[in-house]
Design a protein around this ligand. Structure first.
Ligand code: NAG
Ligand code: NAG
Ligand code: NAG
Ligand code: NAG
Ligand code: NAG
Ligand code: NAG
Length: 273
């Protein structure tokens, strides 16, 4: 224990001596899930290691592994931590928001190294969204909808305009809170209006078929399938014509062979049958 304390003190007193990379890996975890943080520079684990440790926010040691001893786990992490000796990765269970922060792995030995650095963000599952259609106004050649995409704490409204061919969204896709934890957006797909809320670890969605509100507007797929049917029909007719023309030409040629006195080589196979 005394040596451990000494080593800890050494670590804390000379943090500048710890060499390491500046690249911090971002990790997003759904609240309540587990995470495993791998050592990023395993080549630096060779040689004499006096102490290996994982640190949280550069102040709490989560788990330390002194040379030739059992891992020592911080009381605050009892039952939640796993440190396999074969690869020194940090397994953390049941993450909560308070576990968000930077985790660092370091080696104290002949040389001191930082061997991993992760910026972990724990996020909650996003709340469900609700897409509601407000006013609908339709005429023979156009249809307008106002929609509201709402979540627990925010909402966006948008207007969709359809003519007989296509639908478009006034001002294009609308989004909110792109920079915050969870973003909310409302946009058009080919046949639906979609309301979408998402963060890095989860998403929720609600959608409405446009044809339920604008029944006169033909679904965009139907014009597509008509085009395919027409092309296929034209191809079939062309093939039939080719076959018929071919038959006629063959028959004409055969007849000419039979009546001709000259025996042309091309007629021979025909004259056998
Ligand atoms: C354990 O957690 C408490 C509350 O977050 C904190 O005040 C305390 O310093 C932690 N103890 C250790 C040993 O990290
Ligand atoms: C390290 O060990 C843990 C536990 O055995 C395992 O889940 C993890 O995949 C290992 N990592 C690597 C990089 O082998
Ligand atoms: C970790 O990510 C947060 C944003 O989620 C950022 O504010 C913070 O500066 C990052 N920390 C480091 C050390 O990169
Ligand atoms: C969405 O809003 C409508 C109208 O306010 C309501 O009837 C419906 O229950 C809501 N659905 C959800 C999943 O919140
Ligand atoms: C829908 O909106 C467009 C443009 O704002 C307008 O020209 C059209 O008359 C509207 N149609 C209906 C049925 O209200
Ligand atoms: C839902 O919204 C997020 C963030 O705006 C976006 O990255 C994602 O692609 C959207 N989902 C779909 C199906 O478009």
């Amino acid at each position: 224990m005394a040596t451990l304390l000494l080593l800890w003190t050494v670590c804390l007193l000379y943090p500048g001596r710890i060499q390491g990379s500046s690249a911090v890996s971002r990790v997003f975890v759904l609240k309540g899930e587990d995470v495993r943080l791998e050592v990023q520079k395993p080549e630096l684990l060779r040689g004499d290691i006096l102490l290996f440790s994982w640190t949280f926010k550069s102040e709490d040691t989560v788990v330390g592994l002194p040379y030739n001893a059992e891992p020592r786990v911080n009381k605050n992490y009892t039952g939640r931590v796993e440190l396999p000796i074969k690869n020194y990765s940090l397994g953390l269970k049941n993450l909560q928001e308070a576990d968000s922060g930077v985790y660092t792995a370091q080696v104290i030995g002949d040389k001191n190294h930082r061997v991993a650095e992760y910026n972990v963000t724990v996020q909650e599952r996003v709340s469900p969204v609700n897409l509601t259609v407000g006013s609908v106004s339709s005429s023979s050649d156009s249809c307008n909808l106002t929609v509201t995409c709402s979540a627990q704490d925010s909402s966006i409204s948008s207007t969709v305009t359809c003519d007989t061919q296509t639908c478009s969204q006034e001002g294009g896709e609308r989004s909110e809170g792109i920079t915050s934890d969870a973003s909310l957006s409302v946009y058009l797909s080919s046949t639906s209006i979609i309301c979408n809320r998402s963060n890095q670890v989860s998403r929720s969605e609600d959608m409405k078929k446009i044809e339920h509100f604008c029944p006169r507007v033909p679904a965009s797929t139907s014009s597509h399938s008509w085009a395919i049917i027409i092309v296929v029909a034209v191809l079939v007719v062309v093939c039939l014509l080719l076959v018929i023309v071919g038959c006629i030409v063959l028959r004409l040629r055969r007849r000419r062979c039979q009546t001709s006195s000259q025996k042309r080589p091309t007629c021979e196979s025909g004259s056998h049958s």
